[in-house]
Design a protein around this ligand. Structure first.
Ligand SMILES: N[C@@H](CCC(=O)N[C@@H](CS)C(=O)NCC(=O)O)C(=O)O
Ligand SMILES: [Fe+2]
Length: 358
């Protein structure tokens, strides 16, 4: 199976990508609104088709990317029938199976953090995605959204601790940077829910957590009750592409432009070639109108470039220029793209150069 654990640093939230390698069908558990572009880039680069986005629950601390991904990739949205959310394609019933290719996840109802929490268990019980029901040596709070400590205790003991000890547990959050645990480990060492601890002890622990409400709660809960559909569609949409060129966003975080577009728009952009002088005048030649600014001197010469006009960075293979595009972005240039494949692809596609040899 194809499996990736993705992280959103703002909310310390994990998103999980699972895919069946033969059919390329994929599911994404708990996508984050601001990371939708990243997730779409990864799905594209791995050659996957996103069948479902699955919510473990209505999040209180970040907005889901489910609606955005449905708009962009045609995925369908599923979450618990007990979530109270509108706009989903499927409201999961207890123990319903969500299929992707030859694999499936089972939706186990694990309420207590919220009343609509689901733990998704992989078909072979090797992995469980517990949302905020069970964290690594912790658990989600129970003081809002229909939360209830006794209910959570029974969910974890009944629905999660009944899985094999070797089942890996992937939570929706970790606030210390830990990534994975197992059922057996949590049964022994979870300070709130280990098997040696009683229900009354747990309730006492949870009643006295004294946590402030999540900073984004007033925004996140209403948005998630609409599966992440924004009030004003385009305004906050992180998937609206820059208007100046048909750019591609890579999972590496780089905006790229293709040679055929650049060939037709050479005069509309500033071309910054970040190779060394001997390469610029060497056998590969250079693009018409390109300005030579070797990568090592880009920072000191950055003021020579106009911020208002788009910049396309170029090098031999597209690697150094990718870094240059990131440097320009950090310096406040908002219309920057890297020439995909650099001079090598430009030449391979037989576009014209100045200088160089055949
Ligand atoms: N500081 C975070 C707190 C987020 C929070 O309260 N997270 C919930 C899950 S939605 C939780 O259960 N946290 C448990 C904890 O912080 O121990 C924020 O403001 O976003
Ligand atoms: Fe939560």
């Amino acid at each position: 199976m194809i499996f990736r654990q993705l992280f959103d640093p703002q909310s310390s939230a994990y998103t999980y990508l699972l895919a069946d390698p033969a059919s390329r069908e994929a599911v994404l558990i708990d996508p984050v609104f601001e990371q939708a572009r990243r997730d779409a880039a990864l799905i594209d680069e791995l050659g996957l088709k996103l069948a479902w986005t699955l919510e473990t629950h209505v999040h209180a601390d970040h907005v889901t990317g489910a609606w955005l991904l449905r708009e962009k990739l045609g995925s369908r949205i599923a979450l618990s029938g007990a979530s109270g959310a509108e706009g989903a394609d499927l409201y999961l019933q207890e123990n319903e199976l969500v299929r992707f290719g030859k694999r499936h996840l089972e939706a186990r109802f694990t309420p207590g953090h919220t009343s609509g929490c689901i733990t998704y268990v992989l078909d072979d019980r090797a992995m469980a995605f517990t949302g905020d029901a069970l964290f690594i040596r912790g658990c989600g709070r129970t003081d809002f959204q229909g939360g209830d400590a006794r209910t959570l205790f029974r969910s974890v003991r009944g629905q999660i601790f009944s899985l094999p000890d070797g089942c890996l547990v992937y939570p929706a959050h970790d606030y210390r940077g830990l990534t994975v645990t197992s059922v057996g480990e949590e049964k022994l060492y979870n300070p709130r829910l280990a098997e040696s601890i009683g229900e009354g002890d747990f309730v006492g622990y949870m009643t006295n957590l004294g946590l402030p409400h999540p900073k984004q709660m007033e925004v996140a809960v209403p948005a998630n009750l609409k599966c992440g559909r924004p009030e004003k569609a385009a305004a906050a949409d992180p998937l609206v592409d820059p208007a100046w060129a048909p750019l591609t966003y890579t999972f590496a975080g780089i905006w790229e432009v293709q040679p055929h577009w650049l060939e037709e728009h050479l005069r509309d952009v500033q071309i910054v070639d970040v190779r060394e002088p001997d390469e610029f005048s060497g056998p590969l030649g250079h693009l018409q109108g390109a300005r030579l600014v070797p990568l090592g001197s880009l920072n000191e010469k950055i003021d020579l470039l106009e911020k208002a006009r788009p910049v396309v960075t170029v090098c031999r293979s597209g690697a150094r220029s990718a870094h240059a595009s990131v440097m320009l972005g950090r310096a406040g240039f908002d219309k920057v793209a890297n020439l995909s494949g650099g001079m090598l692809r430009w030449r391979a596609q037989r576009f014209p150069v100045e200088g160089g040899s055949d």
